[in-house]
Ligand binder design. Structure first.
Ligand code: SRM
Ligand code: SF4
Length: 554
């Protein structure tokens, strides 16, 4: 553990915040459009990120606004909650909602003066922004497919229960956003799990059903996969130490997949996950935030020592991890059977941005048919519990609004992800979401030109190396490196089981298709029957792919 004198400045801010109060309440009363530097740090724990519009800043205007993230365990919303988010997007957002890669919803460009109304309204409808950001356990993800099998239903239940158990216990959130008054007991309040300094960094947990890796389970600090006999969960395989962030300028930082650690009996699941959180709390690096994630503890210790520490904290021995097998990584799109009477519909939402005609269409469907709504880790939406005999009415509505059924989209678009990047993200180096239509059109064109039209391939784009759209596990990862320059990673898998290798680190946006052409041609010539592009790139290696680029076949 680092000593107090070595601690980073953020550690001091957290410690002095009196359990996440800081000066938020006082600064909310000031007429200024922005918060102070320290308050901005504490606001993150309340799900609020102060941002400036970087387009406006270029034009000389500092347009302050906040991104507000609503934590949605397993992505599950009632129709009423969805319609509330939709309404608030007009009232206090930028007229749109954004589904995140962890099943949350984001409002963008919310004014300081509107924060209290937004957060208190969400709370009155059983939605919270508490711990959606900050050095705490973030939103717990879970495969959202609503199939009637009891395993998936149990995973959803577990995700919700864990999420509740691991929330900070401070009353600060309610005082600030609901009461607007200081509680007298603030100084004596306990934060039993987190302590006064919370975690060294964010902590992410995800549940994946056997065989289905739609949530990218290996990219979490803790991943959980049930071991089943028939439809009964016998235990959980616990994975730990995943994380995809790389910090520009800190060479030793890198993406890492979680390691299988042990098998945990169902009755110990929540205690085991909480024990992993406390290991991070006690041993995570509190002096250098770039190395503060649990993945660096795992790397330092190795699996054996981590498992022993976990066993010591639980006071029991744990069995070795079960072997995991995966056969699906894609999202749950299109019409699917939910149970004997109902269907669900997975709709593609480009980069998770619900706006324009798609937003109007979703509002009408949700108002009229009252389906359950679930957000996915692929930034898409599932509408659940639709009586089979009403399918045609929904198809008609979709057609009326010009919304595409996923099967009408090229595979490269169906599975693509992009992070928000410019203009809202303060860390963005390049465009991502806004450039996505052009990047995908370029890749599609190149595929067509080399005779691979319609090839399923996962493409994920981010505006910096932090990896918010999980580019490193994709078959093609495109990562903003320097002004208008991208790095390309190849050889990740469509099941998100591998990290791709760096193919090149200096490609202009307009040249991405051209840079991939030789790898596509080599794939066309040398792939094994049924082999996916990512698996092929992994098998032949980047040296061969680069060699092919030098020979540059037409
Ligand atoms: Fe992220 C920081 C957006 C998922 C790794 N992420 C940010 C911030 C808050 C920028 C900032 O710190 O100023 C971005 C806000 C941009 C904006 O305008 O909205 C941001 N991250 C997102 C979202 C919205 C991207 C999206 O396309 O949906 C995702 C919100 C998820 C959620 O609901 O909680 C999002 N971020 C991820 C993921 C993917 C995942 O968790 O499955 C990762 C990689 C996995 C991981 O955590 O390692 C990720 N975000 C980061 C990092 C690098 C962390 C690290 O360990 O180095 C940062 C930078 C940081 O924390 O300092 C970051
Ligand atoms: Fe911002 Fe980088 Fe995350 Fe994209 S990957 S949202 S640019 S921090």
């Amino acid at each position: 553990m680092s000593t107090q004198s070595e601690r980073s400045s953020v550690e001091r801010v957290k410690e002095q915040s009196r359990h996440l109060r800081g000066a938020i309440l006082e600064e909310l009363e000031l007429p200024t459009p922005n918060f102070s530097k320290e308050t901005v740090q504490i606001l993150k724990f309340h799900g609020v990120y102060q941002q400036t519009d970087r387009d406006a800043r270029k034009a000389g205007v500092t347009g302050y606004g906040s991104m507000v993230r609503v934590g949605i365990p397993g992505g599950v919303l009632s129709p009423e909650q969805y319609l509330l988010l939709d309404r608030l997007a007009d009232e206090v957002g930028d007229g749109g909602l954004r589904i995140t890669t962890r099943q949350d919803a984001q409002f963008h460009r919310t004014r300081k003066a509107d924060l209290r109304y937004l957060i208190s309204t969400l709370n009155s409808n059983l939605l919270t922004t508490l711990a959606a950001c900050g050095d705490v356990v973030r939103n717990t993800t879970c495969c959202p497919a609503p199939h009637s099998d009891p395993v998936r239903a149990e995973l959803q239940r577990r995700a919700l229960a864990l999420s509740r158990r691991l929330k900070p216990k401070t009353r600060a959130y309610y005082e600030i956003w609901m009461d607007g008054e200081k509680a007298a007991a603030a100084e004596t309040e306990e934060e039993p799990l987190y302590g006064d300094c919370y975690l060294p960094r964010k902590f992410k947990i995800g549940f994946a059903p056997p065989g289905d890796n739609c949530i990218d389970v290996y990219s979490n600090d803790v991943g959980l996969v049930p071991v089943c006999r028939g439809e009964t969960i016998q235990a959980y395989t616990l994975l730990a130490g995943g994380g995809l962030g790389m910090s520009p300028g800190a060479k030793a930082t890198h993406p890492r997949l979680a390691d299988p650690i042990c098998t945990v009996p169902p009755e110990l699941l929540e205690d085991a996950v909480e024990a992993c959180v406390t290991i991070h709390r006690d041993y995570g690096n509190r002096s250098n935030r770039k190395f503060a994630r649990l993945k660096y503890v795992l790397e330092d210790w190795g699996v054996e020592r981590f498992r022993k520490e976990l066993e010591a904290r639980l006071g029991t021995e744990l069995a070795p991890p079960a072997k995991l097998e995966w056969n699906k990584g894609a999202d749950h799109l299109g019409w699917q059977r939910q149970d004997d009477t109902c269907l669900y519909l997975g709709l593609h939402v480009p980069s998770g941005r619900i706006r324009g005609p798609l937003r109007d269409c979703l509002r009408e469907i949700v108002s009229e048919f009252q389906p359950g709504v679930r957000f996915t880790c692929h930034q898409n939406v599932l509408l659940t519990g639709i009586p089979a005999d009403r399918r045609a009415e929904i198809d008609n509505l979709l057609r009326r609004y010009g919304a595409s059924m996923p099967s009408e989209l090229p595979p490269v678009i169906q599975e693509a992800l992009a992070c928000p990047a410019l203009p809202t993200c303060g860390l963005a180096i390049t465009e991502a979401e806004r450039a996505m239509p052009d990047i995908l059109a370029d890749i599609e064109r190149t595929l067509r030109e080399v005779g691979l039209d319609g090839l399923p391939v996962t493409v994920r784009v981010t505006g910096c190396p932090n990896g918010c759209a999980r580019p490193y596990t994709a078959e093609i990862g495109i990562v903003g490196q320097s002004v208008d320059m991208y790095a390309l990673y190849l050889g990740g898998s469509h099941l998100s089981l591998r990290i791709g290798a760096l193919f090149t680190d200096r490609v202009r946006r307009e040249e991405i298709g051209a840079a991939l052409r030789s790898a596509f041609v080599l794939f066309r010539e040398r792939r094994n029957p049924g082999e996916r592009f990512g698996d092929f790139c992994h098998r032949v290696g980047v040296a061969a792919l680069r060699g092919a680029a030098v020979e540059a076949p037409a």
